[in-house]
Ligand binder design. Structure first.
Ligand code: R5P
Length: 300
């Protein structure tokens, strides 16, 4: 995409390069680092006057990323960038979408406000929309959502014999049903009760499962992996083969990856929205297509 520049954050060069290659765009030159006291330093070297800049930044573990991101977006505007768009394969904070207890801050809305102040548009992959119907409820800028479903269904169809797509909770039904339809496979949805950050219990309420099928446990986010591990445990009790655990966003907090491996799944597979050794399904091309569409249609 001629004229477009792609910027990235430290530690996310692969994402920045993948996005620049997919867009056929130049990489923005500059520097982002921290001073010894922890404050951020941001410098833009490329001439971005009159050019569109795509900032590629996946927002897993977002707190240390947020200030450099805001400084960068502001700096790009000061240097005369025409439009500054955020391509965030994983968009953080969406699960805090309600005041569950009095006095809690609904951080999803505050976070959206901060990003809407400094970016002209946003592209992301399967944001965790549960109580919000769309990003437009909290983001004040045009957005485009890429769905991982088509790429996941293609992977399942190519790699799994007799798949049964299984969602660990009712929230997952939206993507589980879509992937099952695309892959021509049946699906089931389990029931989850969450008692704390790391405490979940899961039950499989439907009748007997075909023992010859290969369960593909599918969720949007794997964070502590307690959801996946508890679901895998339930399936084992149902007498089916070891499941394939498939997540869109591989957050894997703390010991989550080891914990999930200990539940002995047949495989752990994720999309490349958050860099992890389990990434096997690439969405960079689809994100680049959505960025192009946003730049050419939805932004002034
Ligand atoms: C929940 O609403 C999400 O769809 C995931 O099920 C959840 O974020 C998974 O979290 P964890 O891996 O910590 O169990």
């Amino acid at each position: 995409m001629s004229g477009v520049l792609v910027a990235g954050l430290p530690g996310q060069q692969r994402l920045r390069d993948g996005m620049a290659d997919a867009l056929g765009a130049d990489r923005l030159q500059g520097e982002i680092r921290h001073f010894p006291d922890g404050e951020s330093y941001v410098r833009v070297d490329s001439n971005c006057r009159g050019r569109d800049v795509v900032v590629s930044a996946t927002l897993a573990r977002p707190d240390p990323l947020l200030l450099p991101l805001i400084y960068l977006a502001r700096g790009l505007r000061e240097q005369g960038a025409r439009r500054v768009v955020l391509a965030a394969p994983y968009l953080a904070y969406l699960r805090q979408d309600k005041r569950f207890k009095p006095g809690e801050v609904v951080t999803s809305a505050v976070f959206a406000g901060l990003l809407s102040d400094v970016f002209d548009g946003l592209v992301t992959v399967d944001p965790h929309l549960h109580r919000y119907r769309s990003l437009a409820e909290i983001y004040r800028v045009p957005t485009r959502v890429v769905h991982a479903g088509p790429a996941i269904a293609e992977w399942v169809a190519a790699h799994v014999e007799r798949p049964l797509i299984v969602g660990p909770d009712s929230e997952s039904e939206q993507w589980v049903s879509d992937v099952a339809r695309r892959a021509g496979a049946p699906y089931a949805v389990m029931e989850k009760t969450r008692r704390g950050d790391r405490e979940v219990s899961i039950s499989l309420s439907r009748g007997p499962v075909d023992p010859a099928c290969t369960p593909v446990l599918l969720d949007d986010i794997i964070s502590t992996a307690r959801t996946m591990a508890a679901a895998a445990e339930q399936l084992r009790g149902a007498g089916v083969r070891a499941p394939i655990c498939l997540g869109v966003h591989a957050l894997f907090a703390e010991d989550a990856y080891e914990a999930l491996r200990r539940s002995s799944p047949a495989a752990i597979v994720t999309c490349d929205t958050v860099a992890h050794e389990t990434n096997a399904i690439s969405l960079i091309g689809a994100i680049a297509v959505a960025v192009r569409q946003l730049l050419s249609s939805a932004l002034p």
